[in-house]
Ligand binder design. Sequence first.
Ligand code: SER
Length: 315
Amino acid sequence: MKKHKILIIGAGGQLGSELTQGLWQIYGKENVIATDIKDPQGILGQGNFEILDVLKEKALFEFIKKNNITQIYHLAAVLSATGERNPKFAWHLNMDGLVHVLDAAVEFKLDRVYWPSSIAAFGPTTPKQNTPQDTIMDPTTIYGITKLAGERWCDWYFRNKGVDVRSLRYPGLIGYKTKPGGGTTDYAVDIYIKALTDKKFECFLSEHTYLPMMYMDDAVKATLVIMEAPAEKVKIRSSYNVSAMSFSPAEIAKSIQKHIPEFTISYQPDFRQSIADSWPQSLDDMRARQDWGWQPAFDLDKMTAEILKHLPAYL
Ligand code: SER
């Protein structure tokens, strides 16, 4: 078997910190280098960690060469809500970072590259229910624009440069090991923290705002499965729809109340409401299921039970 040497860029983020642990388990800590622009917090300090800024292309190339990297998971990005506050930087990091990684994949003949897309790549005129894989995409946030453009870059590098790049359009990801990170779907991360600490939560989205969501374990599993799949099974090289569950703030509150009956929620929608309103409510992920066997394991209540069990240790 070929020996992999894996570089994770943006390992300190919500997805990165958990994906890193999944990759340690599969490939061994010695074969996985977690990087970010800041010192690691918590769990990442237990492995191979280095500071790396994907925007510094020369340093990135030197790092890849020096460490004989064969695969990159490129996760560093500005999320939707933060991106609206600093659109130029979101464009710079999300686009230039990706192109640096794809160029490095060509230069060093990397085995494969992973890059996440998002439901944010869709927009207000995209069909909202059961959103198809191939459909209208008219993102209204800078973050979404970078995800759609990024999908096209990935497909272009695959077709023209032979880069084996793989990608998923994640729904809102919900985990308990990191704090909310500036995303519109992050209310569903924060709500569990507030349920345990304050027993009440003020939501920045309205009561019946449905969004596609996924528990972190499923997100890590989907990522590892598509990255392990034989190249010929990965037929879509822009990005695959993947789905697990959809719920509204009122529904997640109800799910929490099954464990914490005194928990209350109130609603104070802000600018993030229009971002959420522009995104799909549910996704059709048939292609991921057919092409490489995607299958989620967590629904809302199962996720709530799991998070409320483990989160207290992280507060
Ligand atoms: N979770 C992201 C956000 O809300 C969407 O990909 O920004």
